[in-house]
Write a protein that binds this ligand. Sequence first.
Ligand SMILES: [Zn+2]
Length: 95
Amino acid sequence: MPRHNNRDRRATPVPRSIGAHRVEPGPAGYEIDHHVRTISASAAVKNYLCPGCNQSIVVGVAHVVAWPVTDRDGEDRRHWHTGCWRGRATRTGYR
Ligand SMILES: [Zn+2]
């Protein structure tokens, strides 16, 4: 009987400090899986510029933050409107 030992094939472990999040495919033009974390409205305490639409995400609006799985420290985190993140695969101009 063949063995299916997939446990040893896992990608880089995720630091615990990141908290609840998921991994999703990255945006168009940035084909790296991304960690994605949902920011609740109460946790949205700063304005951010959404890379999907270049509009600001204002305080108090629930959104998502995403960063490449290759970025272990999360220094390249970007805040996106939830809708822009969902539509990222079909967007162009992401930088
Ligand atoms: Zn946006």
